[in-house]
Design a protein around this ligand. Sequence first.
Ligand SMILES: CC(C)(COP(=O)(O)OP(=O)(O)OC[C@H]1O[C@@H](n2cnc3c(N)ncnc32)[C@H](O)[C@@H]1OP(=O)(O)O)[C@@H](O)C(=O)NCCC(=O)NCCSC(=O)/C=C/CC(=O)O
Ligand SMILES: Cc1cc2nc3c(=O)[nH]c(=O)nc-3n(C[C@H](O)[C@H](O)[C@H](O)COP(=O)(O)OP(=O)(O)OC[C@H]3O[C@@H](n4cnc5c(N)ncnc54)[C@H](O)[C@@H]3O)c2cc1C
Length: 639
Amino acid sequence: MEGGDHLAHERKKAQFDVEAMKIVWAGSRHAFEVSDRISKLVASDPAFRKDNRPMLSRKELFKNTLRKAAYAWKRIIELRLSEEEASKLRFYVDEPAFTDLHWGMFLPAIKGQGTEEQQQKWLPLAYKMQIIGCYAQTELGHGSNSSKWWPGGLGKISTHAVVYARLITDGQDHGVHGFIVQLRSLDDHSPLPGITVGDIGMKFGNGAYNTMDNGVLRFDHVRIPRDQMLMKVSQVSREGKYSQSNVPRQLVYGTMVFVRQTIVADASCALSRAVCIATRYSAVRRQFGSQNGGPETQVIDYKTQQSRLFPLLASAYAFRFVGEWLKWLYTDVTQRLQANDFSTLPEAHACTAGLKSLTTAATADGIEECRKLCGGHGYLCSSGLPELFAVYVPACTYEGDNTVLLLQVARFLVKTLSQLGSGKQPVGTTAYMGQVEHLMQCHCNVQKAEDWLKPAVILEAFEARSARMSVACAKNLSKFTNPEEGFAELSGDLVEAAIAHCQLIIVSKFIEKLQQDIPGKGVKQQLGVLCNIYALFLLHKHQGDFLSTGCITPKQAYLANEQLRALYSQARPNAIALVDAFNYTDHYLGSILGCYDGNVYPKLYEAAWKDPLNDSVVPDGYREYIWPMLKQQLRTARL
Ligand SMILES: CC(C)(COP(=O)(O)OP(=O)(O)OC[C@H]1O[C@@H](n2cnc3c(N)ncnc32)[C@H](O)[C@@H]1OP(=O)(O)O)[C@@H](O)C(=O)NCCC(=O)NCCSC(=O)/C=C/CC(=O)O
Ligand SMILES: Cc1cc2nc3c(=O)[nH]c(=O)nc-3n(C[C@H](O)[C@H](O)[C@H](O)COP(=O)(O)OP(=O)(O)OC[C@H]3O[C@@H](n4cnc5c(N)ncnc54)[C@H](O)[C@@H]3O)c2cc1C
């Protein structure tokens, strides 16, 4: 390796089998092999180069994305890639594009809400990319009748859209329904009569999400054929008669449940990527602390650096496992829906909404923290972190604003509690509410720091905190005569209760993961350390909740923090190997600071000279603006 492996000494410190951890991270040997093969395929193909993105104008950037998308599709066909491989290829190309919405929302919306007949008609066209679709729900203003605004892929490329609009028959408003609408001619791509469509303009960050054509759409007397209304949930007959299938109306929002579940898995990817960069760089970077003329301290050895970095490393793993579980939950609810069992839909909605909110918020904040952990160099585009942040941060808003989603979770929690009175036993992620009487009065029995390593102790503390916060909200709500008024007044507390519940889910799924058989020397032990870091970090951060609800004492909070410090020391020698287990190529990371060999400084130096500003020694504009100014100063000085 050119320049040698500057992190080799760190890799030797690992106390576990990194190859085995790679399989755990990927989810299975098969998933690992697909991911490994496809990531290398993308990394080795110059057509997928991405380091020039920050330098390109919007038009160049967008055209480049179209080129990459077409080339990716060509490779998918040539190599006869499976759906799984093709989706990995798009993932590793790592550039937001209209194809994300085509595959990620347009197709799932038709699958989830279209009748068999509609699926047979539209899906083959979409699978072969003979039509390109987007998902048009959000409006410019309020309501479902102004202009669509934001849909990705809509602005310049989509030929079709699933449009959400109010259905009115015989003067009666039946609420929002999905319709497949053709937007553009399949011959010359011009908008069809009555359709106004275009891009909404530049977004946050240079390059970044500007590869996407988020769009605006208006209709003027556009006729949508009756059979293009998605009719699985409700139907309109030829005579204009409206009817509903014997299924919950909420299925209209099913695409969001699907996509939110994928967003949780994506959060672990984005966070792990930032953490990989910050961890490798923290091991390379030395700053101060030299004794007797020896080398300066690696910044990763500073406890403050560890207390900021290692919880993020642990969160990346936690989100990975909760994402895996959420995928299982989604598959389970889908199978039940097919068998007309709708009982788990509200829980699936609450879990996907809440976990989407929690994981995206923590990831967006985590990426920014990683930038700061890399000091000044983190601010350079070549660190990969500014672009990653700019691309990632809208995840806190799209697919439902995070606060709005937490309010959905809060409604579910309040409903669950109110049903306890009627004897309905909560199941799944709310099963703990069934022991609410115990959880309202139990005492944490931690007496020494190591007691905090017991999974049962951690679980009970998180369950008690969540139950007590939800019960407090329910009690306060009961004081209002108008429940909606009460909900609005107490929404801040309700959001906090929802956060406590979702944190409990993540912690409990990490603990459940550790109860499985996990092969590989030291792998389970390292995951145990990360699980405890994740749980105790949350406990430390939210100790106000735990203390004010009386779940723990101040002494126990102190002991949790003491244990946390000890866990950081255990994680330290394994840190580099734990990020190597993500198996990211340098191409995917897109970061000089995070490169595998840790040969950061020569690469930074070399990259600087490639900046277009360094093409000439004297910059454009010097003669025009600076030289006359200097000359003027010179003249004044001589006078
Ligand atoms: C779905 C919204 C718009 C509904 O709002 P509203 O009409 O006010 O209804 P309620 O919030 O009162 O809910 C009624 C009822 O339905 C349940 N419910 C809500 N959502 C779902 C769901 N997804 N699945 C199942 N059930 C659901 C809710 O619990 C209530 O049940 P009750 O038993 O209590 O009656 C609103 O809730 C919402 O989700 N807003 C967010 C809008 C959103 O996510 N938009 C996404 C646009 S696409 C996008 O952003 C794409 C991004 C790009 C990319 O992903 O790359
Ligand atoms: C990059 C990007 C891509 C997108 N892609 C798509 C797409 O492909 N298709 C599509 O249809 N849409 C898309 N969207 C739109 C996205 O789904 C919406 O922006 C999102 O759902 C939030 O809705 P809003 O913009 O109307 O925010 P608002 O609802 O106006 O939120 C503004 C503020 O009000 C608060 N608020 C709103 N309602 C409540 C409430 N009931 N109680 C308390 N507080 C509240 C919110 O918390 C927030 O702080 C995209 C958005 C972005 C940024």
